[in-house]
Write a protein that binds this ligand. Structure first.
Ligand code: ZN
Length: 74
């Protein structure tokens, strides 16, 4: 009998970053260091992250382009 050493197991319930549903241990889907409820939700978040990165890159490139553009016609 080791009742004194028994610790209550607290299951960490996280929410899916895509659909915000709580993830239960049995149905979580691990990808790229995060848990999702399924591959579909992973793809959704991945696509959003890619789009955001592409947008940020385009914005940075665009601002750099306008900043470096020589002013003509003055
Ligand atoms: Zn989900």
């Amino acid at each position: 009998m080791a009742e004194a050493t028994e610790v209550p197991v607290v299951e960490e319930v996280k929410n899916c970053p895509a659909c915000k549903k709580p993830l239960k241990k049995a149905r979580r889907f691990y990808r790229n260091g995060a848990y999702y409820c399924n591959n579909n939700c992973f793809k959704k978040v991945n696509a959003e992250a890619k789009a955001a990165a592409a947008e940020a890159k385009a914005a940075a490139a665009g601002s750099a382009d306008t900043a470096e553009k020589p002013v003509e016609g003055q």
